[in-house]
Design a protein around this ligand. Structure first.
Ligand code: HMG
Length: 392
């Protein structure tokens, strides 16, 4: 069977309008802010206001794609998240309703920590291979939460990325070869009764880097490509410093002599957004891809990008894609820049107050105050039903 070129035809990123500067956090926690700025490579973390959740972020990310593309042939909506709001109903159905998407469409929620959106992308491409006229919307959206004053606290954040998957994509044609790795480990997890993750931080970082080696090995064997065939590298970004370490590890595996400065050049454009928004779990790798495509001064047309996806627990995948000529006409660099420049800084007290808010569970009618959001907001909850509305 002939292989059809498939991949990302449109891509859009959304994050909260509020952030906490990690200098503020460092001061409150009695830590040298350089530990966060330099040691972790994180400057700011996006904090969702009480009327923002994964569904509003997902709908806000997907809206421009819906407005700018004909989605009559949309047959699949995959919503990857580890911040699910319901044990039964797929989060994607709320988005499907808010965006008035075609009814003849499959809608499913996917979960495997930060890896979920990558399997979504692969499944969507499989569907397009079978029916090249069909399109799929793959969304990753998450809110990263760790206990207050824990080592994970400066690596929180939130965001959503929506990707339209089609045949003959205008932005990134994804290569068919991938390297895979799964292992039953307890590096990071969140039992159903908790709303903050439990993490063995240092161990998780070792597992992440080890899985990179495993996936790369299979990717390079299957594709016949080596380190030099890739022009830039994107990584899952729990904190951006890990990408520099990962790049150094990849160079070492391939016997390439690489200074830290050289490693930084290969990854740096892909880190700019995550450095000021923080971890967004499933969305994180694709926030990094947006950052690379939007921020790289060099024209990446025809260049091959390496992508490393990692989800704790763990599942990892190494894959690649070729940036399509003319991609700059289809990315949303100006909109992303405007969104990131137009955010409100929180005080430490405001951050802690938002963190400590608990979601009403009494089945009563609760209306939520209006904060700054994108086009959709969580208006409240009534009789255990989340109520969404267009933000005014
Ligand atoms: P920690 O114990 O706070 O930090 O934990 P540290 O003491 O290891 O310091 C961090 C770095 O800052 C070190 O650099 C220090 O040297 C440096 P390194 O030695 O590693 O190169 N440092 C300084 N630098 C400059 N000036 C200073 C200074 N002080 C120290 N004054 C950790 C860090 C990442 C473990 C913690 O934040 C954590 O647990 N985070 C959450 C877990 C995580 O992000 N894991 C990453 C891999 S797992 C993953 O990616 C999956 C995930 O996204 C979840 C999912 O899949 O759903 C998390």
């Amino acid at each position: 069977m002939a292989t059809i070129t498939t991949g990302i035809d449109a891509i859009s990123f959304y994050t909260s309008r509020y952030f906490l500067d990690l200098k503020t956090l460092a001061e409150a926690r009695g830590t040298d802010f350089n530990k966060y700025y330099t040691g972790l490579g994180q400057e700011k973390m996006a904090i969702p206001p009480p009327d923002e959740d994964i569904i509003t972020m997902a709908a806000n990310a997907a809206l421009p794609i819906i407005e700018e593309n004909d989605l009559e042939d949309l047959e699949l909506l995959l919503f990857a998240t580890e911040s699910g709001v319901d044990q039964s109903k797929a989060a994607g159905l709320f988005v499907h309703g808010l965006l008035n998407l075609p009814k003849r469409c499959r809608v499913v929620e996917l979960k495997e920590a930060c890896y979920g959106a990558t399997v979504g992308l692969q499944m969507a491409m499989g569907m397009v291979q079978r029916n090249p006229k069909a399109k799929a919307l793959v969304i990753g959206a998450d809110i990263a939460r760790y206990e207050l004053a824990s080592p994970g606290e400066p690596t929180q954040g939130c965001g959503a990325v929506a990707m339209l998957v089609s045949a003959n994509p205008r932005i990134l044609a994804i290569d068919p070869e991938a390297g895979l790795f799964s292992d039953d480990v307890m590096d990071f997890w969140r039992p159903n009764y908790r709303d903050q993750a439990v993490v063995d931080g240092k161990y998780s970082t070792r597992v992440y880097l080890n899985a990179l080696g495993e996936t790369w090995k299979q990717y390079s064997e299957r594709s016949g490509r080596g380190y030099a065939d890739l022009a830039r590298f994107c990584y899952h970004l729990p904190f951006t410093k890990i990408a520099v370490k990962a790049q150094e590890r990849l160079a070492k595996i391939n016997g390439v002599d690489l200074s830290t400065d050289e490693a930084e050049i290969l990854v740096t454009d892909g880190l700019r957004y995550n450095r000021i928004t923080g971890n967004s779990y499933t969305a994180s790798l694709y926030v990094g891809l947006n950052s690379l495509l939007d921020q790289c001064v060099e024209d990446l047309s025809g260049k091959r990008i390496g992508l490393y996806s990692y989800g704790s627990g763990c599942v990892a995948e190494y894959f690649s894609g070729v940036v399509q000529p003319g991609y700059r006409e289809h990315i949303r660099a100006a909109a992303h820049r405007a969104m990131l420049e137009n955010r409100t800084e929180l005080t430490f007290q405001q951050y802690e107050d938002i963190f400590n808010l608990s979601f009403p569970t009494d089945g009563g009618d609760h209306k939520f105050a209006q904060y700054r959001t994108g086009s959709y907001r969580l208006a409240g909850v009534s009789q255990h039903k989340r109520m969404y509305e267009k933000a005014t």
